[in-house]
Design a protein around this ligand. Structure first.
Ligand SMILES: NC(=O)c1ccc[n+]([C@@H]2O[C@H](COP(=O)([O-])OP(=O)(O)OC[C@H]3O[C@@H](n4cnc5c(N)ncnc54)[C@H](O)[C@@H]3O)[C@@H](O)[C@H]2O)c1
Length: 258
């Protein structure tokens, strides 16, 4: 049985990484997927690969921090597929070399990170949730991070957005539960993507040997391992989960410092 049959899903930042893996999983389970991606080349590439598997996927070039783009995305989704059941707010940036401690942080960096990582969630929910309610309800999946649950030096702007996303998840869960929209949040860490390359592997201060010794599973996670959780949250199998903040990090954020 296809777990997302007849469901329409928007995944932001689905051009690569976790978002693309989620698009593959959602399509495999019968969903129609809208790839809301800022990068034209990544978006078109993802659409092509997904369609090659026989899936129903469409790329809508979207800067999720831009209100007009997000409004256009919702209009296009409704026109194409008649409704919306899953909104996966996955797009974010980690501005390696620009992000840092508040005392050293340029105001433009702060503004840019808040716009892409947090305003995007606000805008996609502001314009997506009314469509979900008109479609009979659905599932919003937000994206936090290890930075949502612990202090990580050197990325205060990113951390602020990921903490706020968790808080917003809780309040939206309470607000929209009665209208049949569930809101949950995945907090990944150590998932092998371009972002982890920028935040860890390309960082001269990243101590890979220490990381792998300290990580309880002793390895990075794969985008597919997060996509499996997103699939569960998108499907009706998670029908009693609302306001849940779930870590997908192999236990990194609960491990003792050794
Ligand atoms: N990889 C990890 O270990 C890790 C850890 C913690 C949190 N996360 C979170 O998981 C999510 C996915 O991360 P990833 O590792 O797959 O990242 P990634 O950098 O590989 O992919 C992010 C995608 O978002 C797109 N994007 C960026 N700005 C956008 C915008 N304004 N509008 C639309 N699309 C935009 C990018 O083009 C890219 O395709 C992010 O929210 C990230 O913060 C990842």
């Amino acid at each position: 049985m296809q777990r997302l049959r007849d469901k329409v899903a928007i995944i932001t930042g689905a051009g690569r990484g976790i978002g693309f893996a989620a698009a593959q999983a959602f399509i495999r389970e019968g969903a129609k997927v809208v790839i809301a991606e800022i990068n034209e080349e990544l978006g078109r590439g993802a659409e092509k690969k997904l369609r090659a598997t026989g899936g129903e996927a469409v790329f809508v070039r979207t800067d999720c921090s831009n209100s007009a783009d997000v409004q256009g995305l919702m209009v296009r989704t409704e026109k194409l597929y008649g409704g919306l059941h899953v909104l996966y707010n996955n797009a974010s940036v980690f501005l390696n070399k620009l992000d840092g401690p508040v005392s050293d942080l340029a105001e433009e960096t702060w503004a840019k990170v808040l716009a892409v990582n947090l305003n995007s969630v606000f805008l996609c929910c502001k314009y997506g949730i009314p469509l979900m309610i008109r479609s009979g309800g659905g599932s919003v999946i937000n994206t936090g991070s290890s930075a949502s649950v612990m202090g990580i030096p050197g990325c205060d702007a990113y951390t602020a957005t990921k903490g706020a996303t968790v808080a917003l998840t809780r309040s939206m869960a309470v607000e929209f539960g009665p209208r049949k929209v569930r809101v949950n949040c995945i907090c990944p860490a150590g998932i092998e993507t371009e972002m982890v390359k920028a935040s860890n592997l390309d960082n001269p201060n990243f101590d890979a040997a220490y990381f792998f010794k300290r990580a309880p599973l002793g390895r990075f996670g794969t985008p597919e391992e997060v996509a499996n959780l997103a699939l569960f949250l998108a499907s009706d199998e998670s029908s009693y989960l609302n306001g849940a903040i779930i870590r997908a990090d192999g236990g990194i954020t609960v491990a003792p410092i050794s």
